[in-house]
Write a protein that binds this ligand. Sequence first.
Ligand code: 26V
Length: 815
Amino acid sequence: MRSEHVLSQLTVEKFTEKIIKEVKNNTGKTIQDAQDKEIYYAIASIVNEQIIPQWSETNKKYEKINNKQVYYLSLEFLVGSLLESNLLNCGMLDVANQTLQKLGLNAEKIYAKERDAGLGNGGLGRLAACFLDSLASLNYAGHGFGIRYRYGLFEQRIIHGNQIELPDNWLKDLYPWETRREAEAVCIHFRGEVDMLKKNDGNLEFKHKDTDKVMAVPYDIPVVGYQNKVINTLRLWSAEPVGGDQQDSITEEGSKYYQELDHQHSIEQISGFLYPDDSKLEGKELRLKQQYFLVSSSLQTIIKAYKKNNQRSLKYLPEKAVIQINDTHPTLAIPELMRILMDEEHLSWENAWNITTRVIAYTNHTTLSEAFETWPVGMMEYLLPRIYMIIDEINERFCKGIWFDHEVLRDEIPELAIIADEQVHMARLAIVGSFSVNGVAPLHTEILKKQEMKHFYTLFPNRFNNKTNGITHRRWLLKANPKLSELISDVIGPQWIHRPKQLISLVKYSSDAAFLEKIAQVKYENKRILADLIYDRNGIVVDDQSIFDVQVKRLHEYKRQLLKVFHIIYLYNELKLNPNMDITPRTFIFGAKAAPSYHLAKEVIKLINKVASIVNNDSTIRDKLKVVFIENYNVSLAERIIPATDISEQISTAGKEASGTGNMKLMMNGALTVGTLDGANVEIKKAVGDANIFIFGLTADEVLNYYEHGGYSAMDIYNTDDRIRTILDQLNKGFGSDEIEFKDLYYNILYHNDPYFVLKDFEPYLETHEHVERVYRDKLRWLQMNVTNIAYSGKFSSDRTIKEYATEIWKIKQV
Ligand code: 26V
C-alpha cells in the first residue's frame, strides 16, 4: 500500500477511541447501548473529519494550478451508499472493520443503515456516479452538477404480485455527506417579459424582466478519490423561495398568506422528486423547469469561478472549462450559456456561439427514437422566453446554413430543424450546439451515425465519436466482492487495483486447479449470502448449489424480461410432462422497477411473480426450479446480487440497448453472459472470445431489416411451435386453477406482431441455455470461463472510459 497517499492513517486503537467518543458526544450512550444507526453516524463523522480538510486542499490546488476542469451535468447521479466506499477510498476500511469486530459489532449491519441516494433511474445515472469515482481516483479536476431531489426514484413494493410505488424519503434522517452552502446560492429566472432595446452602436440589447425568481441552493457532496488525497465535488441544487421564509408577506391578510405558502410550495417542487424514466412524459412542465434550474445554476457557478480565477475575457473560457451533458436532459446549457455571454457579458452572437460550441459536449444514451426528447414550443416560450428566442435564432441560422451550404440536404430540413412540428427537438439542439457527440458503445455509435442521426453525421462527421461505457472496479469488485478481490490479489498481487487492466494476469491461472477451486469456493460463499438474503426477504429457500441465473435491470420491453419468463415457463411445462427430466437445478433471480405508468412493464412484473408462486409451490418440481423477484432493486442490492451470479442475462433485442453496464459488473465478478449481439455485449465477446460467452439471436442488422422490409410473423411461429403456443395460451387463459390472465401481453405479441422479436429469438435462446447447462456440468471448464471473464474485464473499468473522455474530448490533464 502506498501509505503516503492514504488519507487517513488511523490505527485500530485510535479508531476505537474516536468511535467511543463520537457515540458518547452525539447520543450520550456507550457503544454497547448505541443502536447501529447511531454507530453509523459516528463512523461517518470520523470519515468526514478526514475528508473535509483535504477537500479544501484539493480546491485550493485546483485554483492555484488553474488548469482546465470538466463539469459533468446530469439530471441523475445514482450514487448508492457512501460510508463503506468512502472508508475504502480513504484507506480506512480495514481499520474500521477490525475496530468494529474488536468491539463485537457487525460491520455489515452498520453500513447497511445508510439509505441509498437513489437519485437516478438506472444505467444513465449510475454511469454518472461511476464517472465521478474515476475522475477523482485518476486525479482529474472534474465535478458533477445535479439536483438534490427531495424524493429519489420510488421505492418498489410487491403486493399480490403487483408493483406498488412508495415515496423514497431518503432525506428523512440526516444525510451525513452533504454540506449546505447558502453563500453560493444563485437566482434562477422563469417566465416574465423580454424587452428588446436598440443600443447606440446599433446592436440589440435584451432585458428579461418581471420574472418569477427561484433560489438554487447548493448542497455539496465530497467525491473521494481512491487513496490519492483528491476530493472532488458533486454539487446538488435545491430549489427554495427567494429570501427564505418571506416573513413580511405572510403576516398580511389571510388570503395572501395561503397564496404565499402555495407559491413557496410550487418553488420547492422544482427539486421535489426525480421523474421516472418514462418515454411518455409528454410535456411535463415541471420536468422542463428542473432542466433549466440545473443548467442555469450550474452555468452561473462555472462562469463565476472562471471570472474569479481568470482576469482574461470569457473568450478564453474553452481553455478552462468543458461541460459534458449526460443525454439531452441538460441541453438548455447551450442557449443558457449563449444568454449569459450575450446578455450579461455583452459578447456578440458570433463570439458567444464560438465559445459555446467549444465548451459543450453531448453524450447520447439511447437509440430508441421514441425516447428522443422534445418540448412543446408554447411551453418553452412561456416558461423561458429569452431562452426560446435564442433557440429560435440558433435554429434560423442552422437551417439557413443547410439551405445555402448543403444543397443535398435541403429536403431533409424538416428532419434536421431544431424547431419543427411545434416542438423543440433537444437532440438536434445538442448536436448543433456542441463540439462532440458520442455514443456509449461502438455498435450504438454506428447506429447513431448510420441511422438515427445520419444527416447530422453528413453535416458534422468529425463531431461524432464513441466512448464505450465502463464501471468503477472499486465499487463493483473491490467493495462489492471482498473475497474475490482478496483471492485475486493473493495470486497476482494488488497492482490491479490501480491498473485494472492487470487483471489480465489471471489468464495464467485459468488452468490452475487449486486456484479454480478457490474461485468456486468464493462464488459459493457469495451465493450462500444471497440465499440468506432471499430467505429473509422473500421467505424462499433456494438451493445454493443451483445455477443462479440473474436478470437485474430496469423493466422494459426491449430488455426482454419476457423472453426469460418464457424460458422458465417452458422448463416448468417440460418438467410437468416429464418429472424425471435430467436438469441442473436453477434459481432464476429478477430485480426490476417499471415506470409507474408503463402498463406492459408492470404486467411483466405481475407475470414473473405469478410464475414464481406457481413454480415455487409445486412439489412435483422438487426444487429443481425456483423463481425469485427481489423487490426494490437498487445499487445496494446490486452489490449483493452481482457477486453471487453464475449467469448474466443480457438479452435485449439487438440494436436497442445502447451499451448496458450491468453486463460489465457481472462479467467482472465472474458471471458468464448469455446475450445478444447488442451494446457492449459485442465488446465483451471481443474481449473474452467466442468460447467464453453465450451469444444467440438476431443481429441488429437482421432486426433492422425486418423493421424496414417486413417478413416477420409472430402468428406463424405461434401456429407452428407447440412450445410457444402452449405458453401464449397460458398467458391468455391463465395458469389453470385461478383466473389471473395476461391478455395484454398475449395481444401485444400476437396482434402487434411481437415488436421486440421475443418469439423469433425463443428457439435459439433455449438452445443456448441447453448449451450453458452442458458446460456447467464440466466444472473445470466452467471455472476457467469464469476466470477468463474476470481477467478480461479490466478494460471495462470506467478508469479507461474516463481517460478516453479526458484525452479525446475534454483535453484535460491529470493533476
Ligand atoms: C429518459 C427520461 C425521460 C422521462 C424523464 C426521465 C428520464 C430519465 C432517463 C431517460 C433516458 C434514459 C436513457 C438511458 O438510461 N440509457 C441507458 O444509458 C446507459 C448508460 O449509457 C446504457 O448503458 C444503457 O444501455 C441505456 O439504456
